[in-house]
Design a binder for this molecule. Structure first.
Ligand SMILES: NC(=O)c1ccc[n+]([C@@H]2O[C@H](COP(=O)([O-])OP(=O)(O)OC[C@H]3O[C@@H](n4cnc5c(N)ncnc54)[C@H](OP(=O)(O)O)[C@@H]3O)[C@@H](O)[C@H]2O)c1
Length: 250
């Protein structure tokens, strides 16, 4: 999203009841996200304490992690960031980058830290064993066709939670999931959309979903998932959709 799209989307989302905002340095829209947050605070929809702002450190910044934290704070226009995560595993220098985030936690600049795009338990353990603060969260591609079961099981022993990126399949792929006969028939049965059924599945499966949208109506639709519930049978049907297939190649 451009800065102006990000600003509007964040503003609409906070107005509609969202409390978690996800961005990244590499998206080039941290400044727009910060403006959307300030507009929502100024209009009285939320306070800073009520919201949870996540950004990510890009791999090219791993050798200069302290500067990367400061630059994200500056662009967002915030005094602290609720969660910063390393955008990708990069064994050459991700431990060093993570240690810079640990220092930023001690300095009060970051409230919590975590990881993204660690797909092998051994790779996750490599970083955890070399650092002090257990990652609060792992953000990996997770949706009905790639349910991340092995990593979710692995995370349990650390108390780390799974956050789903591409929760709806991601830009360009969503229609594949929306048209899936199992998902669309569950949607019809509840008088909901396929997007809402997928997001409700994430919730009941214990995933933190971060749907992306720059469409005001979709943003509203995607948070109207707290007035229905998938039965055990429907959850089992959703679980059976897993193909261990990712849409993205990174
Ligand atoms: N860590 C990583 O490497 C990584 C990688 C990719 C993404 N992410 C994060 O994951 C989050 C979501 O990613 P994403 O936006 O790419 O994937 P997504 O949420 O799975 O899909 C977004 C797509 O779905 C459409 N959409 C959303 N709600 C809809 C609805 N109710 N009905 C119909 N279409 C709908 C959006 O179009 P409209 O705009 O038209 O609604 C957009 O094309 C973002 O916060 C992103 O930062 C992280």
């Amino acid at each position: 999203m451009s800065d102006s799209q990000a600003e509007n989307s964040v503003y609409w989302a906070l107005r509609d009841g969202y409390r978690l905002i996800d961005t990244a340095r590499i998206y080039g829209n941290e400044a727009g996200v910060g403006r959307g947050i300030r507009r929502a605070i100024n209009d009285g929809f939320v306070t800073r304490e009520e919201i949870f702002v996540t950004t990510k450190m890009w791999t090219a910044d791993f050798d200069n992690g302290a500067a990367a934290v400061n630059a994200s704070l500056e662009r967002l226009g915030l005094d602290y960031i609720d969660l910063m995560i390393l955008h990708h595993s990069q064994p050459r220098n991700d431990v060093q980058a993570y240690q810079a985030m640990e220092q930023a936690v001690r300095d009060g600049k970051l409230k919590s830290i975590g990881l993204s795009n660690f797909y092998e338990p051994e790779d996750f353990d490599r970083l955890v064993n070399a650092t002090e603060i257990v990652p609060a969260l792992l953000q990996n591609e997770t949706h009905p066709y790639h349910q991340s079961g092995v990593m979710k099981e692995h995370l349990k022993k650390y108390g780390t939670v799974m956050e789903s990126w591409f929760p709806l399949g991601g830009r360009g792929n969503t229609q594949i999931l929306f048209d899936d006969p199992t998902i669309s028939s569950i949607a019809v049965a509840h008088g909901k959309t396929s997007a809402q059924v997928i997001l409700r599945w994430h919730l009941q499966a214990g995933n933190i979903a971060i749907p992306g949208s720059s469409n005001e109506a979709h943003i509203q639709e995607n948070c109207e998932i707290f007035d229905f519930e998938l039965s055990d049978e429907e959850m089992a049907k959703m679980t059976a959709l897993n193909k261990d297939e990712r849409f993205a190649s990174y």
